[in-house]
Design a protein around this ligand. Structure first.
Ligand SMILES: Cc1cc2nc3c(=O)[nH]c(=O)nc-3n(C[C@H](O)[C@H](O)[C@H](O)COP(=O)(O)OP(=O)(O)OC[C@H]3O[C@@H](n4cnc5c(N)ncnc54)[C@H](O)[C@@H]3O)c2cc1C
Length: 378
């Protein structure tokens, strides 16, 4: 019998397992394919600030980044490389918007003095950026927790105890990424976007991470580098996308083409000598329209609307009065910044569970619930 059972051993699940375990709770984590087998295993994982004029979303990202950089460095300095990132302007981020964050401007001449392999580019250097080894970090996070490799098909609930394929617990935390949720929650509205990362050998020394619609990492301990896509909105920028949108001009469902795309884009930034792709990883990350992640107690959609049908017409009901799936919580919709968000969100959820601290409204389940319920009737 565990205090908490977490379903999904990706960045979200491992991070909340870590915080609860550190607080002295008994924690189990279940994944059908093991730790870092979903989007988290495919991730870069690049940790970079979000540029642009200050707004609620980039403030949230940058607060998460500050917290997470410190967290990972303390957790496992050997799986963490903090050498900063060079951001090169593109159609999504103009020079003006990149310049909004504290940076050092690197002209093409300056870059050439750092490495003669740089192409004729210029950019903005942010020192608060890092690269982590996702699998090593996630394994480290769940030290002290029990891990089960099982596919959970249903949750049974009796006498205030849940059972997931025989594993018993008082509380469930769903961190399932893009997989179908074990508990019906239509108001969350997750959608998947696929991406690809590759690891490659090169004799080029990449001095720091470089980012322009794709990311190139600095050399890792074994001198290899990673190249990955950042998965911007595919309606406004070029991105490979093999979801269901095969009408979109950026749709590519061929891994070879995706690898070529990444290598061509990388080659516009720096010459990668003696390049040999050694491994590719694909995965789907989940996000919602607002790009904010979602955290908190799961509202029971049907029961809440049955009790308060006027919610559909805009009546405000205090969130404490809504009906909830008993002791079921969620962290999801981490989007393209899963490793930036995960520790910060886990801290927020653990403080809610253990100290009853409020969850910020912009990431709350209730915000999505009210929005969806009202839109449904319109
Ligand atoms: C190619 C790529 C590159 C990326 N690059 C970056 C990056 O550079 N920086 C960054 O911060 N983020 C990046 N991301 C995004 C980041 O990887 C995701 O946002 C994050 O990892 C999502 O974590 P998660 O825990 O929500 O989901 P996942 O990692 O997908 O974990 C969910 C887990 O739940 C398990 N599961 C689901 N249902 C069940 C069930 N019923 N029974 C048992 N197990 C179940 C799955 O097997 C899976 O392992 C990238 C993503 C991709 C795909």
């Amino acid at each position: 019998m565990y205090d908490y059972l977490i379903i999904g051993a990706g960045s979200a699940g491992c991070a909340i397992a870590h915080f609860l375990n550190k607080a002295g709770k008994s924690v189990a984590i279940i994944d059908r394919d093991g730790v870092a087998s979903g989007a988290s295993g495919a991730a870069g994982a690049f940790l970079s600030p979000l540029a642009g004029k200050k707004n609620p979303y980039n403030s949230f990202v940058n607060d998460s980044l500050t917290f997470s950089l410190d967290f990972y460095e303390k957790l496992s300095s050997e799986s963490f490389i903090k050498k900063g990132v060079l951001r090169v302007a593109d159609e999504n981020f103009s020079k003006d918007s990149l310049n909004e964050l504290e940076n050092e401007y690197y002209s093409s001449q300056k870059l050439r003095t750092i490495s003669s392999d740089f192409k004729d580019i210029e950019g903005f250097f942010y020192k608060e950026a890092a690269y982590i080894n996702p699998s090593e970090i996630l394994h480290k996070m769940i030290e002290g927790c029990d891990l089960y490799i099982k596919e959970i098909i249903e949750l049974k609930y009796e006498d205030e105890i849940y059972s997931a394929d025989g594993v018993k617990t008082k509380n469930i935390i769903l961190t399932q990424g893009v997989s179908n949720s074990l508990v019906d929650s239509p108001y969350i509205g997750l959608s998947p976007i696929f991406g690809l990362r590759l690891d490659a050998k090169t004799t080029t020394k990449v001095p720091f991470n470089i980012h322009k619609s794709i990311s190139i990492s600095t050399n890792k301990k074994d001198n290899t580098i990673a190249i990955g896509a950042t998965q911007q909105r595919h309606d406004s920028s070029e991105i490979f996308c093999n979801t269901s949108c095969d009408k979109c001009s950026f749709y590519v469902d061929d891994e070879k083409a995706q690898v070529e795309y990444l290598l061509n884009k990388a080659n516009e930034l720096i010459e990668l000598k003696d390049l040999e792709v050694i491994k590719t990883y694909t995965g789907a990350r989940s996000s919602i329209k607002s790009y904010f992640p979602v955290v908190g107690k799961l509202v029971d959609y049907n029961a809440s609307l049955k009790k308060y049908p006027s919610i559909k017409n805009g009546t405000m009901i205090p969130k404490e009065s809504l009906l909830y799936h008993p002791n079921i919580y969620i962290i999801n919709a981490l989007g393209s910044r899963g490793f930036v968000f995960a520790p910060y969100l886990a801290k927020i959820l653990s403080q809610y569970l253990l100290e009853n601290l409020e969850i910020p409204s912009e990431i709350s389940t209730q915000k999505l619930f009210f929005k969806y319920a009202r839109k449904k009737v319109a």
